[in-house]
Design a protein around this ligand. Structure first.
Ligand code: HEC
Length: 135
């Protein structure tokens, strides 16, 4: 399992490149922070697999653990080493801030070390609905 995780992270820069390439087209379609229809947490759990190259619900990994993330202040897991940018962001994670984060973390928090985004509004809503259940 460890090897699998490692290789999944190894592929992350490629994901980053694909994201950059698609972002021009994405910008033209005027990304909006508007929520899609109510999120489906069951589908969100499946989509969350994309986050699991770097995150898990219960353990810090490349990224911080996610249990209880909805409603907590950004960068508040004490034993995770956050970027100064996220530490100083003053954000609280709710549906609106998480949506903006997943549209483009670097746009919301310039200098963050998370480089991953979800272009599809419904997918973002589904993932956020799943995270809301991980209290
Ligand atoms: C390529 C690795 C990677 C992937 C994939 C990734 N993240 Fe992250 N994430 C990070 C890193 C690194 C941080 C810490 C950012 C910082 O300190 O600036 C982070 C931070 C976060 C935070 C802030 C948590 C806190 O405690 O303040 C949230 C929320 C988050 N990620 C959600 C997600 C979601 C949801 C997904 C999947 C759609 C995802 N991430 C995919 C690497 C990743």
């Amino acid at each position: 399992m460890h090897g699998l995780r490692k290789s999944a992270f190894g592929a992350a820069p490629l994901i980053g490149v694909a994201v950059v390439m698609s972002s021009a087209a994405f910008a033209q379609s005027a990304p909006s922070a508007a929520a899609a229809s109510p999120g489906d947490p069951v589908h969100g759990k499946t989509l969350y697999q994309a986050c699991e190259s770097c995150h898990s619900i219960n353990e810090n990994d490349v990224g911080p653990k996610h249990r209880g993330v909805v409603g907590r202040h950004a960068a508040s897991i004490p034993d995770y080493s956050y970027s100064p940018a996220l530490k100083n962001s003053g954000l609280t994670w709710d549906e609106a801030t998480l949506n903006r984060w997943l549209i483009n973390p670097s746009a919301l928090v310039p200098g963050t070390k998370m480089f991953f985004k979800i272009d599809d509004a419904q997918s973002r809503a589904d993932i956020i609905a799943y995270l809301k259940e991980q209290k």
